[in-house]
Design a protein. Structure first.
Length: 131
């Protein structure tokens, strides 16, 4: 495994753990049950998918450097597919997706998307320097 994948993964896990802690403490402070609404699953799924997507893009960097942006978008599509296949049915059991349920997936999604984007920008910049 390359150094940049390990570094990305460690940073992502640490930052996600910190945001998860803040997220659950805010829920507790506001009087909501902090570990309801599949919040842990939302963080796990997004972190694992982000590491998978970043790793895949790192490995495909040289072979598909011109298509890396499209592959990145395909990774985002994969995340939405995971949401609609695994999370949405559970959230819709009561006929409605509550704000808490939505945020239990969307907060880690945005966090991982932001960090993935920064990582992919570094990959693209390093590809340009190698040309």
């Amino acid at each position: 495994m390359s150094k940049k994948i390990v570094l990305f993964s460690v940073r992502l896990v640490i930052i996600a753990a910190l945001i998860f802690y803040i997220h659950t403490e805010m829920l507790r402070f506001l009087g909501y049950p902090p570990y309801k609404s599949m919040i842990m699953e939302g963080y796990y799924a997004n972190v694992i998918l982000a590491i998978f997507i970043f790793s895949s893009l790192s490995f495909l960097q040289k072979k598909f450097s011109d298509q890396l942006g499209f592959l990145f978008m395909a990774g985002s599509l994969l995340k939405f597919a995971v949401f609609f296949i695994f999370f949405s049915p559970q959230f819709r059991e009561d006929g409605d997706i509550s704000r808490l349920e939505f945020l239990s997936f969307f907060v880690p999604y945005l966090l991982c998307l932001f960090l993935e984007t920064l990582g992919v920008v570094k990959i693209l910049n390093s590809s340009k320097k190698e040309e």
